[in-house]
Design a protein around this ligand. Structure first.
Ligand SMILES: [Zn+2]
Length: 73
């Protein structure tokens, strides 16, 4: 079953849902109704353009080489 994917808008606010799917955390955007979980080919963004820390943690599980944010080393 496909996840819902819509263009995110100013109201977007991602949160983990209480119901995992396929053993992975399922996230949902309260702004546009999109859904995301690890393995999707795109990355959720908040209304302010950032990626939620909980989403970053999920992505790092499968793609640990990715880095986020502007924080220096
Ligand atoms: Zn959204």
């Amino acid at each position: 079953m496909d996840l819902v994917s819509k263009p995110c808008k100013e109201l977007c606010d991602w949160a983990e849902t209480p119901t995992p799917r396929d053993g992975k955390k399922l996230f949902e955007c309260s702004g546009c109704g999109s859904q995301w979980m690890r393995g999707e080919p795109w990355t959720p963004r908040q209304h302010d353009g950032t990626t939620p820390p909980a989403v970053q943690a999920e992505i790092r599980i499968s793609q640990p080489w990715l880095s986020f944010g502007s924080g220096g080393s």
